[in-house]
Design a protein around this ligand. Structure first.
Ligand code: SAM
Length: 225
């Protein structure tokens, strides 16, 4: 069961009892998501793959749908066809997510409308959120998800190592890394040495790059061969 709690900056967030973990606070979440997954993930991939006109994304951990919305927002200026697959084993209720008031942050009617469309779209179904943005969110644990596709970009966003050590092992990472296309990019907020070594063991080119505010470094891996 999820519980609503007030964070140090006065906004609301959620606590997942089963995992004994909180979601990031609103301001922290938007900053971190933009830095890790948009600037160093989606926008980096777009620069690296200028000739491609579609991008297939896999996200581990749909959560509040924030990464999804920020990707859609960034793509308004790129106008690529984006297919966005995501999994979550402990989905938040729509009302819970709206309580976080991310919409205030954007102060934009179109984005608010699209965010609600993302949140209310059926699980385990492919839904067209915009002409060039197709979402498929799945209620499942990562290790039960059968990958049928190859991905250009992977957003690896489970809870941290202290709470979910099993998500940062070769067993968890191998099936998704094996689905990465050539020129594909994997990003995560973690900078853990053991995770870097796992990524390198699959011949990915791995960089420790500057992290979001409050975190020194993060990891980005590219499939070059
Ligand atoms: C850090 S939050 C993700 C935040 C999210 N990307 C966003 O934009 O709000 C981690 C998410 O991973 C989900 N999760 C944890 N363990 C999982 C597992 N084994 N399989 C699938 N989802 C899992 C949690 O329910 C939670 O929503």
């Amino acid at each position: 069961m999820n519980k609503k709690v007030i964070t140090s900056d006065g906004s609301y967030t959620f606590y997942i009892e089963e995992l004994d973990e909180h979601f990031r606070s609103k301001n922290g979440a938007v900053r971190e998501s933009n830095h890790v997954f948009i600037k160093n993930g989606f926008e980096f991939w777009v620069k690296l793959n200028k000739k491609k006109n579609k991008c297939f994304i896999f996200e581990m951990g749909f959560g509040t749908g924030l990464n999804c919305l920020l990707t859609l927002r960034s793509n308004i200026k790129n106008s690529l066809l984006v297919k966005y697959n995501s999994v979550d084993a402990y989905p938040l209720k729509i009302s819970e997510t709206l309580d976080l008031n991310y919409e205030d942050f954007f102060k934009n009617e179109t984005l608010s409308f699209l965010y609600r469309k993302i949140l209310t779209s059926n699980w385990n179904n492919q839904v067209r959120i915009m002409k060039n943005f197709i979402l498929n969110k799945n209620i499942t644990k990562l290790n039960h998800f059968k990958h049928k596709d190859k991905y250009d970009l992977i957003f690896y966003d489970p809870f941290g190592y202290k709470v979910q050590p099993e998500m940062w092992t070769i067993d968890a990472l191998e099936p998704i890394i094996k689905c990465l296309n050539f020129g594909g990019v994997f990003v995560t907020y973690s900078s853990k040495g053991s995770v870097k070594r796992i990524l390198e063991s699959f011949q990915l080119f791995v960089e420790k790059i500057k992290g979001p505010p409050g975190k020194r470094e993060m990891l980005r891996a590219i499939k070059k061969i």
